[in-house]
Design a protein around this ligand. Structure first.
Ligand SMILES: [Zn+2]
Length: 232
């Protein structure tokens, strides 16, 4: 896999006690952090999403990784966490993420349903606030694991929806519920690590009128013959 050498943006002070070091950015779908030691040299590999990151962000991250290599617990530096939450980072890197994820079709208009209709209904009802979906992207997926109906990448603010929901027989309120659920992941505070479906999340989710009915429908969806599973 090709990579971009950005070692010159980091100093040996950042990666103490290593005198020799390399920092390589590689094209990967997810943000990743890794290192290996080769004859006293530390080779740090990061994702190329960080190509435009300020030097300080790279340096702090490399410093955390050097610490990790010496047995310290790996904690993402605050400068990094703050940077990846900026609109600029998201806008710059989202196209790469979408391209790499492959299952994202980049279309809101499916065969039967337009996901923008769901968004509009959710906004009209007041369940979703404009700020929830600010700088986000939604699309149908080309495929998705069974029993998953939607996916949300919080870092790049991308929602994708299982194409099994793109059928006439699936009521609006079920599609809207799935879209709503994924939007709630965008609403969650990304700066804190927490269980995705915690009590606060469930509280929001249960504000959806008839959520139990929608959940029941989803549980039974694969047993509905009329949905033409063979085409999926
Ligand atoms: Zn979820």
């Amino acid at each position: 896999m090709r990579g971009i050498d950005v070692s010159n943006r980091v100093s040996s002070k950042d990666v103490y006690p290593y005198e020799e070091y390399s920092v390589i950015l590689k094209p990967k779908m997810h943000m990743s952090y890794s290192y290996r030691i080769d004859r006293g040299r530390i080779i740090i590999e990061l994702t190329d999403y960080l190509l435009d990151a300020p030097d300080q962000v790279l340096r702090d991250l490399c410093s955390a990784i050097a610490g990790w290599s010496r047995g310290k617990r790996f904690v993402l530096p605050e400068s990094f966490t703050r940077y990846v939450m900026t609109d600029d980072f998201v806008v710059r890197n989202r196209p790469k993420y979408i391209q790499r994820s492959r299952s994202i079709t980049c279309t809101q208009q499916g065969r039967c349903r337009d996901l923008m209709d769901s968004i509009e209904r959710l906004l009209d009802s007041g369940l979703v606030l404009p700020s929830d979906i600010e700088n986000s992207y939604i699309s149908w997926a080309s495929n998705m694991a069974r029993y998953r109906f939607g996916q949300c990448n919080q870092m790049f603010r991308v929602i994708s929806i299982n194409p099994i929901l793109d059928f006439e027989d699936v009521p609006d309120h079920v599609v809207d519920f799935v879209v709503y659920h994924e939007i709630l992941h965008l609403r969650q505070d990304r700066s804190k690590r927490r269980r995705p479906h915690n009590a606060q999340f469930r509280g929001w989710e249960h504000q959806y009128p008839g959520y139990e009915k929608a959940e029941r429908f989803l549980r039974n969806i694969y047993s509905m013959e009329s949905l033409g599973e063979d085409s999926l």
